[in-house]
Ligand binder design. Structure first.
Ligand code: 8DG
Ligand code: MG
Length: 317
């Protein structure tokens, strides 16, 4: 209907609580409620007029019997469910007093971060788990001028902490690209970083590295092109592409352009509001791309993003 506005989302606050061993607390939703049986981050709905952190403190006192000593924003995930929309606003809690107990008869579990993904959770929680366990920045290589120059930059980027990198070299002949990807793989492995190659499923399979699909490749596929455990990502610009990325079981997507950018002058920027609305329709982790800087991670996280992706601004000079 023209002018029809969707219901405003329900604001939900939830906490990342850690024990002395770094494990994170999950609570199981009890029978008879929506999403019953799913494991979630403890929390609940913000009441009218209530500040989010006050709501968080109240919910954790009611549900777990603890008092929090602070709360730092982690990620705020807009998510559309069949009968409602929510914003799952998640905070890192640096400390708390008391012992967490399931005061509403809910089961509790302390999970190491790397095991979180093995718990069945509501769709809105997948981006939260990704924010806790995967890199906030995704570096996309500028078209390499020479192999040596590219590898020198890669070394610098890895030394500066880059942990997820896309080798995008659309102009290189196949053999030169394969050689460069092998050298890059060695360096990324040594640094504990992930490497994805743009647009080359065969090369990714041969080298056992990740694959970043163009939106055109994404839409032509009918299944996931590499086994689970080998990263597959895609460039997306709209709801159909994101839905296809989710259907294929991809690991993450890049969505943009958020702002105008010199590398894609013809594309219409979507802005943060549209980024959030598109994010709502899928539960994939999504990097924002387009006219962003590495320091825009917090802004991306406020709109439900995993973080930011970029080309020039993201590489050491
Ligand atoms: N607390 C929490 N809620 C989540 C998570 N993921 C997710 O989709 N949700 C959804 C489930 C619910 O639809 C909504 C939270 O509502 P709720 O029913 O738990 O709220 P509440 O604790 O205030 O409980 P109630 O008194 O209204 O039953 O958010 C999560 O990780 N933690
Ligand atoms: Mg609750």
């Amino acid at each position: 209907m023209p002018g029809d506005r969707p219901e405003p989302p329900v604001h939900v606050v939830a906490a990342v609580l850690r024990d002395a061993r770094g494990r994170i607390l999950l609570a199981r939703r009890t029978a008879g409620r929506d999403l019953a049986g799913a494991w979630e981050f403890p929390g609940g709905k913000v009441e009218p007029g209530e500040a989010p952190v006050a709501a968080l403190a109240r919910e954790l006192e009611e549900e777990l019997g603890i008092r929090i000593l602070g709360a730092e924003p982690l990620v705020s995930v807009p998510q559309a469910y069949p009968h409602k929309r929510i914003v799952l606003d998640v905070y890192e809690v640096p400390g708390f007093t008391g012992t967490a107990r399931g005061l509403e008869k809910q089961a509790l579990a302390w999970s190491p971060p790397e095991k979180l993904a093995s718990y069945p959770m509501p769709p809105a929680d997948r981006p939260v788990v990704a924010a806790l366990t995967a890199p906030a920045r995704y570096l996309v290589s500028p078209e390499p001028e020479s192999a040596a120059a590219f590898l020198a930059k890669l070394d610098k980027a890895l030394a500066a902490g880059a942990r997820r990198i896309q080798l995008r070299a659309r102009a290189l002949p196949a053999q030169a690209l394969a050689a460069l990807a092998m050298d890059a793989r060695t360096r990324c492995q040594a640094a504990g970083a992930e490497l994805l190659v743009n647009g080359e499923p065969g090369l990714a399979a041969d080298l056992g590295i990740g694959l970043h699909l163009t939106s055109k490749q994404l839409m032509a596929l009918s299944g996931r092109p590499l086994p689970a455990g080998q990263l597959v990502a895609a460039s997306c610009h709209d709801a159909d592409e994101l839905a296809q990325a989710e259907r294929l079981g991809l690991d993450f997507a890049v969505l943009g352009p958020v702002h105008a950018t010199a590398s894609h002058p013809g594309a219409t920027p979507m802005g943060w509001e549209r980024f959030s609305r598109l994010r709502e329709g899928v539960s994939l982790p999504i990097y924002a791309l387009g006219g962003l800087r590495p320091q825009d991670v917090a802004t991306a996280r406020r709109h439900g993003g995993q973080g930011v992706a970029g080309i020039r601004a993201f590489w050491p000079k």
